[in-house]
Design a protein around this ligand. Structure first.
Ligand SMILES: [Zn+2]
Length: 254
């Protein structure tokens, strides 16, 4: 029943209904304490998962449904990239509605939202992350947020990001990351319940660790890790950020 309902809610034609729902939730949460950098709204609280009215300090933006990770990435993009000022062809792998609606509204961004299925208007291209249906060197930037931990051939997906970027292009990659141990993966763990126990979620195939940066570098990227605690405590409170959202900024050499 829940799966049927979710499929219904993801129907491409329900974009306007979803937009109206988030707008009403945004009104209910209006306030001054927090701000969402993705949509700009100020709210009294963020919303808890699977709830309309329950509050959470680091939950979903009531207005645009951005998670803490999206707010963190938006701030990073603003501070560290020219995404909002130059003509950019941007790929988002497995697009998130909050990101997609904003990126698509920005004139200088040519947005490509790639997913396996057409789950909404934000999916512009159907395809697989391990075989991107895009020409080599055709993109300026790519965003891949909490996707690789779901993909068995993650090295292939990283190599594909590298292939489709122009020299000098960049990619933002984020994954669940443990900073005190190496990556744990075990192809024999296939049962969803067991995967949730070992890797954190039923759909995850590994739990990344300290060596993940080397795995990205294998493709040829120059990689910088921007740790969550690089953001000041004041900003983290204001934007409802978590302390475990680390960003890998990956640049394809010129
Ligand atoms: Zn928002």
């Amino acid at each position: 029943m829940k799966a049927v309902l979710l499929r219904y809610l993801r129907h491409p034609r329900l974009g306007a209904l979803k937009e109206a729902g988030f707008f009403i939730r945004g009104l209910l949460f209006l306030g001054r304490r927090y701000q969402c950098p993705c949509c700009g709204w100020t709210v009294r609280a963020f919303a808890a998962e699977r709830s309309i009215l329950r509050e959470s300090e680091t939950g979903y933006c009531p207005r645009c449904n951005a998670k803490a990770r999206h707010r963190r990435i938006w701030l990073f993009l603003k501070q560290n990239t020219e995404l909002f000022s130059k003509e950019v062809r941007l790929l988002e792998v497995a697009p998130w509605w909050a990101f997609a609606r904003r990126f698509r509204s920005i004139r200088n961004i040519c947005y490509v939202g790639l997913d396996l299925q057409r789950t909404g208007p934000h999916v512009t291209t159907l395809g697989d992350a391990i075989a991107l249906p895009l020409r080599a060197g055709s993109l300026d930037a790519a965003i891949c947020v909490h996707v690789l931990e779901h993909i068995e051939e993650d090295r292939q997906a990283i190599a594909e990001l590298y292939r489709v970027l122009k020299p000098g292009g960049w990619s933002i990659i984020t994954v669940p990351l443990q900073l005190d141990r190496p990556t744990h993966e075990d192809p024999d763990v296939r049962d969803p319940i067991e995967r949730a126990r070992v890797f954190g979620e039923p759909g995850h195939v590994r739990l990344y660790g300290t060596d993940f940066i080397d795995r990205i570098r294998e493709s040829g990227f120059d990689v910088t890790l921007d740790l969550a605690d690089c953001v000041s405590a004041d900003l983290r409170r204001r934007y409802g950020l978590r302390d475990d959202e680390n960003i890998f900024y990956c640049r394809k050499p010129l």
